[in-house]
Design a protein around this ligand. Structure first.
Ligand code: ADP
Ligand code: MG
Length: 303
């Protein structure tokens, strides 16, 4: 079995995803899977009705892999998306599909889908200029969370304590990048500095951790240096995570849940979730789980 990991650069050493990619490479070799890291700019896409068995990689015709593991998540560029779609059209199975990656990249669109399906989410508005801080205060109250439409690792997520801070930040965004779309969100106070990350593979919630920030910041991302501990999933947590992954069609997913009193709200879904934090505190081999699932999905379990 042959697979490609699609990443923004073939030089992974200094990237924040280095851990995951190394784990996926070492586990593949143990399982007899041929794996290679490729990046979008190594491809030339030729769209034609002929030749559905090969693609141009570094200017050379190469045979197609059995599967593709896109690992660019929210950072998937148009070019990256075009490569994923192209390979899908040629019959390569992608984990996850281009459509799911595109959906969860947009934090407003994904909240709309969840709300439509009765999944609890923080109240969310699309940011608009000129600012109507009265309206925002009426629907969301302060403090509120301001986020870029697309982002990861907590970058582009701010907590605005009051109207004046909010107005300043909105003006700064407007003068520096008026085209930047942002969302405004109700701040879920009981989740300040902590949240849950559930890893879902093939519709099964296989691990869950509680993440907490260790610098008093409201953001709990592990990539910000937060702490992680294993969390025993309740039926509610399992159901929310699997249902969220199912609604987006994600076969490999990292679902973030916010603590809301005794219950939870869905913060976001990630299409190429990191698993360093999970593997550091849970007795689970995520890379192995991913390949086992891929083998089942491709009908190659005996390989
Ligand atoms: P990213 O995609 O960068 O991880 P998130 O939307 O997941 O962005 O937000 C980053 C972190 O900020 C979350 O993991 C959570 O700890 C915190 N957070 C985000 N939204 C809220 C909210 N509405 N209320 C409370 N905390 C939040
Ligand atoms: Mg997140």
């Amino acid at each position: 079995m042959k697979g490609w990991i699609l990443y923004k650069t073939p030089q992974i050493e200094l990237s924040p995803e280095a851990y995951e990619i190394h784990r996926l490479i070492e586990t593949a070799s143990k399982k007899g899977i041929e794996i290679e890291v490729v990046s979008p700019d190594q491809f030339d896409l030729v769209v034609t009705r002929e030749d559905r068995k090969s693609i141009l990689l570094n200017g050379e015709v190469v045979s197609l892999p059995d599967f593709l593991l896109p690992r660019m998540g929210a950072g998937t560029t148009y070019f990256g998306m075009a490569v994923i779609r192209h390979l899908e059209r040629l019959g390569v199975y992608t984990f996850n599909s281009a459509q799911c990656i595109d959906t969860v990249k947009d934090k407003l669109y994904s909240q709309q889908i969840l709300a439509e399906n009765n999944i609890p989410v923080p109240k969310t508005m699309l940011g608009k200029y000129p600012i109507d801080d009265e309206l925002v205060d009426k629907y969301l109250k302060f403090p509120l969370v301001l986020k870029t439409l697309s982002g990861s690792m907590g970058k582009g997520v701010f907590l605005c304590d009051n109207k004046s801070q909010f107005n300043d930040l909105m003006e700064l965004i407007h003068v520096t990048n008026p085209k930047l779309n942002i969302i405004l969100q109700e701040f879920i106070e009981s989740s300040r500095g902590k949240d849950l990350r559930v890893f879902v593979v093939g519709g099964r919630p296989i691990a869950c951790i509680e993440r907490s920030s260790n610098d008093n910041n409201f953001k709990a991302n592990f990539s910000r240096g937060g702490q992680v501990t294993q969390f025993a999933m309740t039926p509610e947590v399992k159901w929310l995570a699997t249902e969220t992954a199912r609604l987006f069609g994600l076969e490999i997913a990292g679902i973030d849940l916010l603590f809301d009193g005794k219950h939870f709200k869905i913060c976001e879904a990630n299409s190429s979730p990191g698993f360093k934090g999970i593997e550091s505190c849970c007795d689970i081999d995520i890379a192995d789980e991913i390949y086992n699932f891929i083998k089942v999905r491709l009908g190659k379990f005996e390989d």
